[in-house]
Design a protein around this ligand. Structure first.
Ligand SMILES: CC(C)(COP(=O)(O)OP(=O)(O)OC[C@H]1O[C@@H](n2cnc3c(N)ncnc32)[C@H](O)[C@@H]1OP(=O)(O)O)[C@@H](O)C(=O)NCCC(=O)NCCS
Length: 137
C-alpha cells in the first residue's frame, strides 16, 4: 500500500471511531524511567469510557464498577499524543459496558500510531443519592 492509500485508510478508520479524549503526555505524567505511569493511562481510560457512557445513554451520572484486565503492549513517552477511542459494547439494565482503545502517536512521527492497550470498563447509572437506576433505552 502506498503512503497516500495508507492515509486514506487511516482517515476512514478515524471517521468511524469516536475519540473521547486526545491529550499530549507531559513530564508530570512520567515515572523515574521517563515513561508514562500506567495509572495515568488508566485514569484517562476511566474518563474516556465515562464520556462515551454519557454520550451513548444520555444519562449523566455513572460510577465505575469494573475495569476488566488491562495489558500494556507498548510504553507511552513524554510528548506522545495519546488518543482514547471509546465505543459502547453493551447497555444492560443499570450498567453500560464500554471498550476503550488507546493509541499513542509518537512525538515527531508524522501520524504514526501504536496500540498501547485496550480495556473494557463497566459503569453503573446512579441518581443524586448514589442509588443505581435503570438506563432508559
Ligand atoms: C456500582 C454499585 C452502585 C453497584 O451496586 P450493587 O447494588 O452492588 O449493584 P448490582 O450487583 O445490582 O449490579 C449493578 C450492575 O452492575 C453490574 N456489575 C456489578 N458488578 C460487576 C462486575 N464486577 N463486573 C461487571 N459488571 C458488574 C451488574 O451486572 C449490574 O448490571 P445490570 O443492572 O446492567 O444487569 C456499587 O457497588 C457501588 O457504589 N460501588 C462503588 C462505585 C465507585 O464508587 N466507583 C469508583 C471507585 S473510586
Amino acid at each position: 500500500m502506498d503512503k497516500e492509500s495508507l492515509e486514506t485508510a487511516d482517515q476512514v478508520a478515524e471517521t468511524k471511531r469516536e475519540v473521547a479524549i486526545r491529550i499530549t503526555m507531559m513530564p508530570r505524567d512520567t515515572n523515574a524511567h521517563g515513561t508514562v505511569f500506567g495509572g495515568i493511562i488508566l485514569s484517562y481510560i476511566d474518563v474516556a469510557g465515562g464520556v462515551e457512557a454519557v454520550r451513548h445513554t444520555g444519562h449523566d451520572r455513572f460510577v465505575t464498577v469494573a475495569m476488566r484486565e488491562i495489558v500494556f503492549l507498548e510504553p507511552v513517552f513524554i510528548g506522545d499524543l495519546v488518543s482514547f477511542y471509546a465505543e459502547t459494547v453493551k447497555v444492560g439494565n443499570t450498567s453500560v459496558t464500554i471498550r476503550v482503545i488507546v493509541e499513542a502517536q509518537r512525538f515527531g512521527s508524522h501520524g504514526q500510531s501504536v496500540r498501547v492497550t485496550e480495556a473494557e470498563v463497566v459503569y453503573v447509572a446512579i441518581n443524586q443519592y448514589r442509588e443505581k437506576v435503570k438506563i432508559k433505552k
